[in-house]
Ligand binder design. Structure first.
Ligand code: ATP
Ligand code: MN
Length: 436
């Protein structure tokens, strides 16, 4: 058998019943195996599923049986045989093997059962082929696909901002600094300011790119490198902005629940949790949220930022996301517009995901008038020189606009019901992990 031949079939199509009683060839990796006497069961995995293959010494020959029984977990293998429906086999089908041949035997696989979290992170490059991480990465892809599908259908353009920047976007505390030919430069913390530039030509735009933050503490929801979806819309106020976010989250949740219930179930996630995600979501102000959190035992004072503990108290009994609006303006970024109807607060909202997952989106209406922006830049002791190009947007053809930032891994963590954000990205970057 030739491993590069084009007539191999995928296990998924066997499990879907397309090849019953037919001769097929499969190739993949040994998931597990056991032998008793002249019969070996090799469970093989490819990118579409796992299939039990029964190898009889009589049928496969001595060399074939030797290949099958000497294979390690994760050895690469090719098998040819007849597909049989069999209720006892995982997936309901079994391959009655006639030919078997190793492609690459390799060495014994270092990951066995019950390994520590640290060991699995050290061997992440090998652990990524596990059933669980494979299902998570498929789900992550699908969630991103449905996000793009949504923005496409809403008439948005996707653009590419720089990842290396000269000025901090928001606050300097979590910046990764680098030497740029003798000048100080930074890895971007957010592409929002560039997304705002894009609106002046294309009106409705989004950026889907990494953001980098030197997060100093270990939490279950912070990465140092995460994927950030940042839509920005010309002629949108904050109300329209929130309605768009709601519609987007409903779209993705419904697509996942309807089209991928099996995938969700394989991860232990009840698809009904996502099927329930329908608008409208609850809206509460920052001050109501703080009072509610305090009444539930939170240790927070009015005026402080709402943190993970408060967010958990606010959302643990919710089954839909919640908007928290009107944060005090001095704890928020300089570009958020003050609410004329509620001075001292800004026209912003964080979206808190239910079941204690907490913040997944931060968004706001942006300051679009020159004087207002200059006043806020002065108030927050920023250097207008660093932002000359951003300020220019308020000089040449200014217009009301709004936008938001969504953390992809936070969304995946919530939608799949994961305990920790690190499993929502293939190679998590955290304070003490840079390899593999
Ligand atoms: P938090 O208070 O949780 O640190 P933030 O206020 O710093 O969040 P923003 O600056 O508003 O977050 O960023 C927008 C979105 O990016 C957040 O709502 C979140 O989904 C995501 N995000 C922010 N920091 C991280 C991080 N370190 N890892 C993963 N996602 C993040
Ligand atoms: Mn943060």
């Amino acid at each position: 058998m030739d491993p590069l031949a084009t007539d191999f079939v995928h296990i998924g199509s066997i499990l879907a019943g397309f090849h019953n009683n037919k001769a097929v060839k499969v190739r993949g990796w040994v998931h597990r195996s056991r032998t008793s006497g002249g019969l070996a069961f090799i469970v093989v995995r490819d990118s579409t599923g796992v299939l039990q293959c029964a190898v009889k010494k009589d049928a496969a020959g001595d060399k074939g049986f030797e290949d099958a029984t000497s294979a390690f977990v994760e050895s690469t293998i090719m098998l040819e045989g007849i597909v049989k429906e069999d209720k006892r086999a995982p997936g309901g089908f079994e391959l009655a093997v006639e030919k078997v041949q190793l492609i690459g035997k390799g060495e014994p696989f270092p990951i066995a059962k019950d390994q520590s979290v640290e060991f699995l992170l050290d061997t992440r490059h090998l652990w990524l082929r596990s059933q669980r991480l494979t299902s998570i990465m498929k789900s992550r892809y699908l969630i991103m696909k449905y996000l793009r599908e949504f923005f496409d259908s809403e008439g948005f353009w996707e653009l590419a901002p720089p990842m290396i920047t000269g000025a901090a976007c928001e606050g300097g505390s979590t910046l990764f600094e680098m030497d740029y030919f003798g000048q100080k430069a930074y890895l971007t913390q957010s592409s929002q300011l560039y997304a705002e530039v894009f609106t002046t030509a294309l009106e409705k735009v989004y950026v889907l790119a990494p953001s980098f933050r030197a997060e100093p503490s270990r939490t279950v929801r912070h990465l140092c490198e995460y994927w950030h979806l940042e839509p920005e819309m010309a002629f949108y106020d904050q109300k329209m902005n929130m309605e768009l976010q709601e519609k987007m989250l409903v779209h993705v949740a419904q697509r996942m629940a309807t089209n991928h219930a099996d995938l969700l179930q394989s991860l232990g996630r009840d698809p009904d949790k996502l099927r329930k995600i329908k608008g409208p979501f609850k809206r509460m102000t920052y001050s109501d949220a703080v009072e509610l959190a305090i009444s539930r035992g939170a240790n927070i004072k009015m005026g402080q930022d709402i943190g993970a503990d408060e967010e958990a108290l606010l959302t643990k009994d919710e089954d839909k996301p919640v908007f928290v609006t009107n944060f005090p303006k001095d704890i928020k970024a300089f570009y958020m517009r003050e609410d004329p109807g509620n001075p001292g607060t800004v026209l912003n909202a964080d979206v808190l995901a239910p079941e204690a997952h907490g913040e997944i989106i931060g968004g706001s209406e942006r300051i679009w008038e020159y004087d207002e922006l200059m006043a806020r830049i002065a108030e927050q002791h920023l250097n207008p020189k660093d932002y000359y190009w951003y300020i220019d947007l308020r000089k040449y053809g200014p217009f009301p606009h709004s936008g938001f930032g969504l953390g992809i891994e936070r969304l995946v963590k919530w939608m799949l019901g994961l305990d920790h954000i690190r499993d929502a990205i293939p190679f998590p970057r955290t304070i003490n992990r840079l390899y593999p």
